[in-house]
Design a protein around this ligand. Structure first.
Ligand code: SF4
Length: 209
């Protein structure tokens, strides 16, 4: 596979390796800094992402931006992508075969980025990257280490839109992430932030970021 970000993104845009390519408007390769120390990984694009070609836009994306802001981050300081780069129809979960087919892109992105921290957004990314038996309701916010990379899972922003009751747990998970960034990252200066409370309850649900 490609040796540079540009070649990899080009290969991704041309990819027809699984059936998700048939109905996509755009591939959604990733967004943010290609020298970031922190990588956020969701499951697959939704309708807004497919339309714009960017991960985590729309209401779930706005909530992710709010989550980053709580700990003094913004998109330009992290890298954001998904397991699958094309939208599954009707926002269903990506199938195992679709995830497996697309994973080489994520592996290459990770090899190019060499993050110090990986944050899985939602159960599908967490089960694929941390533990196939992971239960997000029980293990969100817990830390593990693989090949020198600290890894954790947060609730997916779309899940937080559906169930604002999860936001207190996510606030605590974000504070834990903030501590991990301060301990591990050298090139990620966190801004001082005023808001130190969970984001207010959000609007209607959105199935995927
Ligand atoms: S989801 Fe991934 S493997 Fe499938 S067509 Fe899109 S880029 Fe290729």
């Amino acid at each position: 596979m490609a040796d540079s970000w540009e070649m990899l993104e080009h290969a991704c845009r041309q990819c027809h390796s699984c059936s998700l390519s048939a109905r996509r408007t755009n591939t959604v390769f990733g967004d943010g800094s290609r020298t970031a120390e922190i990588m956020f990984i969701g499951e697959a694009p939704g309708a807004n992402e497919d339309r714009q070609g960017l991960p985590f836009v729309g209401k779930a994306g706005q909530l992710l931006d709010d989550m980053l802001e709580i700990i003094g981050l913004d998109r330009g300081m992290v890298y954001i992508t998904n397991i699958c780069k094309c939208r599954p129809p009707d926002n269903r979960d990506p199938l195992g075969v679709e995830q497996e087919t697309c994973l080489p892109f994520l592996r290459k992105q990770t090899a190019l980025l060499r993050p110090k921290i990986i944050v899985c957004l939602g159960r599908i990314a967490a089960m694929q990257l941390i533990d196939p038996d992971l239960k997000i309701t029980r293990e969100h916010g817990q830390w593990t280490e693989k090949a020198g990379v600290a890894m954790t899972a947060l609730y997916h922003p779309a899940a937080l839109l559906r169930d604002p009751g999860k936001r207190v747990d996510t606030f605590l998970d974000l504070k834990s992430l903030q501590r991990e960034i301060l301990a591990r990252c050298e090139r990620t200066p966190l801004r001082r932030v005023g808001r130190q409370q969970p984001a207010p309850a959000g609007g209607p649900s959105q199935e995927q970021a």
